[in-house]
Design a protein around this ligand. Sequence first.
Ligand code: R5P
Length: 293
Amino acid sequence: MAEYDKDKQAKEYYLDTPVNNYGFFLKGAHSLDWGMKNRLSRIFRPDTGKTVMLAIDHGYFQGPTTGLERPDVNIVPLMPYADAIMLTRGILRTTVPPTLTKAVVMRCSGGPSILKELSDEELAVDIEDAIRMNVAAITLQIFVGGEYETRSIHNMTRLVDMGLRYGIPTMAVTAVGKDMVRDAKYFRLACRMAAELGAQIVKTYYVPEDFDTITASCPVPIVMAGGKKLPELEALTMSWKAINEGASGVDMGRNIFQSDFPLAMMKAVNKVVHEHLDPQQAFDYFNSIKAEG
Ligand code: R5P
């Protein structure tokens, strides 16, 4: 009781210092719970508000994709340079050392291969297993306008509900069918639907016209998907434009691991996203790393 009995002067209550309410840096996340915010802060760097995510989940529907034949050899060495890695539980458990402390964004949908209708997906990971793997986020595709549109959206809302139960954010990826138009009008629809129905992060493709209207009309952070392999300067330019037009980061796969110099590309993308290097500066940096071998 000695402590309890001490008079007020012996203690410091900082009576003139208002309590810090810790505003949250990420768009649309201020009302989320502590665990959810903490996980988002492992994906998005609180000092820049941005993320560089490395996507290597392609094998879940297309098998050993070029560049991903041996992720233990080619991909694991890149992971320390990413803020987050997006992958399947199979590759996480078989190939990624558990000493890696980077945020894990776990692919939780699957079913059809490239031989079939891709929108015919189901949820493919139990939330308990996601918790066991200590993931920072769970993710799946939505196929707005696709053959199984409703099912894919329902998969997402179920994943969001499970994630909310345990404080794990859900990232919705807006997949686009082969014959569909990839324009701002389509992505505004798909991204807004994902956010309205509960996704805390949306991953979508860059479009040259009006990308800023997609980010503006989506109330949660948008992460730019990489897409098919481009020459490095073009991929850096696309990343730079996306960030300048409101994206909160990039989630790139082939434009990194299919580069002849993946580590240099990984580092150059970081410079664009976190340090605002313009595309030419980042490309010069890429070439300087490349020259160092
Ligand atoms: C969507 O289909 C998957 O998440 C992909 O495997 C991944 O996002 C593709 O990344 P990228 O287009 O940058 O190779």
